[in-house]
Design a protein around this ligand. Structure first.
Ligand SMILES: [Zn+2]
Ligand SMILES: [Zn+2]
Length: 161
């Protein structure tokens, strides 16, 4: 996968095609193994359910899907799983939607910006170092210690506008 910090916007999910989804899951598994973490079957399935969608997926959608597949799945189980996937950089939380998207390149931490289509929900992850640097510069000027930054831009995607 492209590990450059700048990637061109594309449909968020690599995953329209199953080959790409399988590769992505295998890469996630290898990444966890290399870090001494375990991508358990549940974690893997949750990642897969998120990755196969083009739109951000909420916790309750996941709970419904998993409960249908494997019997009642308690919300805390899902929240813990989502925390793990976030901590490993495998998914990003879309704050404005309270939902999650799979990261196409989880190998290293990165500042993200998102374009989110308000019609179809398609979400595009971009990494613009200039934007991240501009925010860091302003924070330094204000002597502000950044803990977390969220850049989410809503609008209409190519297919919808
Ligand atoms: Zn990412
Ligand atoms: Zn759209």
């Amino acid at each position: 996968m492209d590990a450059s910090t700048r990637s061109s916007p594309g449909p968020h999910s690599p995953k329209a095609c199953h080959g790409a989804l399988g590769e992505m899951l295998a890469a996630a598994e290898a990444l966890c193994r290399a870090r001494g973490r375990q991508l358990t079957p549940l974690r893997r399935r949750v990642l897969e359910l998120i990755a196969e969608q083009d739109h951000p997926v909420g916790a309750y959608e996941l709970i419904d899907r998993l409960s249908a597949e494997r019997g009642r799945t308690a919300p805390p189980t899902i929240y813990r799983t989502l925390e793990f996937l976030q901590a490993e950089g495998l998914v990003h939380r879309i704050e404005s939607r309270n939902a999650f998207v799979a990261c196409p390149h989880p190998e290293r931490p990165h500042a993200t910006q998102f374009f989110i289509c308000k019609d179809c929900g398609a979400t595009f992850e971009i990494h613009d170092q200039r934007l991240a640097a501009a925010i860091a510069d302003q924070a330094e000027a204000e002597d502000f210690a950044i803990e977390r930054q969220v850049v989410e831009v809503t609008g209409r995607c190519r297919a919808c506008h």
